[in-house]
Design a protein around this ligand. Structure first.
Ligand code: KG4
Ligand code: ZN
Length: 333
């Protein structure tokens, strides 16, 4: 039964996890505060912070799990998609560790790992299922036949859902990343107070750029009438833009569930930490008598636990990479 050390470094968080026989014993994350004042992730600063964080985070993950490095059977790492400089730091560490200890390497697709976050603590999973993966860089509907066998059946043609949250937050003067802040404000607001243009995109694809523009024009118009419009309406604005984003997501999820006749659904990615989405997906499933899987909070946003769980299933299938493996920036399954 494999003991896997996993590393995630695709964006601005350095994370390490230890997984024994499919159970996550530790999942530690070092956040990078350095980007806050820039309103977005600065790739070069992210790579440098990963370099500073990686050894302490791995050491702490092993200590928390109570696992000696002699006990590790394989090293899993995020191969992509992500920032290449950041990926290189995690991958190089993984390669070095594996080489020094003569261990197999397991390259993991970050988007597949987001879906797999649902396998952690949910051994009762039933396939096939449709997973709505909503992160800062991607928005996808994924048809999951089995643990590692998945197919993208819909994706965004422009902005990702997390990006829509972050850009709307920026327009409201909130800090980066704004998704969690919109979530907090929205809990005190009226989601029906303001309405914005609805995307009209064929098939199972998404678009959020029209919604973003409609939100921007609306705010600009209202601010001309009342310079304090945002401050006076923050909770309702957040609740309304959140509702518009979630409506667009659930509309396409509904279409996918019908088209593929599945009886199980799941959510994944940073936006699946959104409390509004978590409530609405539960209601959505209850009304349609679907089984629903929602990852624990710590496995929604980027974390090495989800990399470890893919590592576990790839280990069982004997899917290893050699030392010539390279990272990739853009999505490919
Ligand atoms: O999956 P993730 O951690 O990183 C990527 O792979 O992109 O997702 C980050 C995204 C950001 O856009 C962030 O604002 C959003 O997830 N996010 C949220 C919440 N928590 C994180 N969006 C809405 N509500 C939240 N509670
Ligand atoms: Zn992610």
């Amino acid at each position: 039964m494999p003991t896997i050390l996993a590393i995630e470094s695709s964006c601005d968080d350095t994370s390490a996890a230890v997984c024994v026989d499919g159970k996550i014993l530790s999942n530690l994350i070092a956040n990078q505060q350095v980007h806050e004042k820039f309103g977005g992730v600065v790739p070069e600063l992210a790579s440098r912070a990963h370099q500073a964080n990686i050894v302490p985070v791995v050491t702490a993950a092993l200590a928390t799990a109570g696992i000696d490095k002699e006990a590790i059977d394989a090293v899993a790492f995020t191969q992509g998609p992500g920032l290449v400089g950041s990926l290189l730091v995690g991958m190089s560490f993984a390669k070095g560790f594996a080489l020094a200890r003569q261990l197999p390497l397991i390259a993991v697709n970050h988007m597949q790992a987001h879906v797999a976050a649902n396998y952690i603590d949910h051994p009762d999973l039933s396939f096939p299922l449709i997973c709505l993966t909503v992160s800062g860089g991607h928005t996808q509907l994924v048809y999951v036949r089995n643990y590692l066998d998945m197919e993208i059946i819909g994706s965004t043609i422009d902005d990702a859902a997390g990006e829509a949250f972050d850009k709307a937050a920026k327009m409201l003067g909130l800090d980066y990343p704004g998704g969690p802040l919109i979530d907090q404000w929205a809990q005190k607001g009226n989601p029906q107070k303001f309405s914005f243009s609805k995307p009209n995109i064929p098939e199972l694809n998404f678009s959020f750029s029209g919604l973003k523009t409609s939100f921007l024009y609306f705010i600009q118009k209202e601010k001309q009438k009342n310079p304090y419009f945002i401050e006076e309406n923050m909770a309702d604005l957040c609740a309304s833009i959140q509702a518009a984003i979630l409506d667009a997501l659930l509309y396409k999820l509904e279409k996918a569930v019908k088209q593929y006749s599945v009886s199980s659904i799941a959510i994944a990615g940073g936006v699946s930490a959104n409390s509004g989405l978590r409530h609405r997906i539960q209601d959505f499933a209850n009304h349609r008598k679907l089984r629903v899987h929602i990852p624990k909070f710590e496995y929604c946003t980027d974390n090495a636990g989800m990399i470890a769980i893919v590592g576990h299933y790839k280990f069982l299938r004997g899917e290893f990479s050699d030392q010539s493996v390279m990272p990739f920036a853009r999505f490919n399954f």
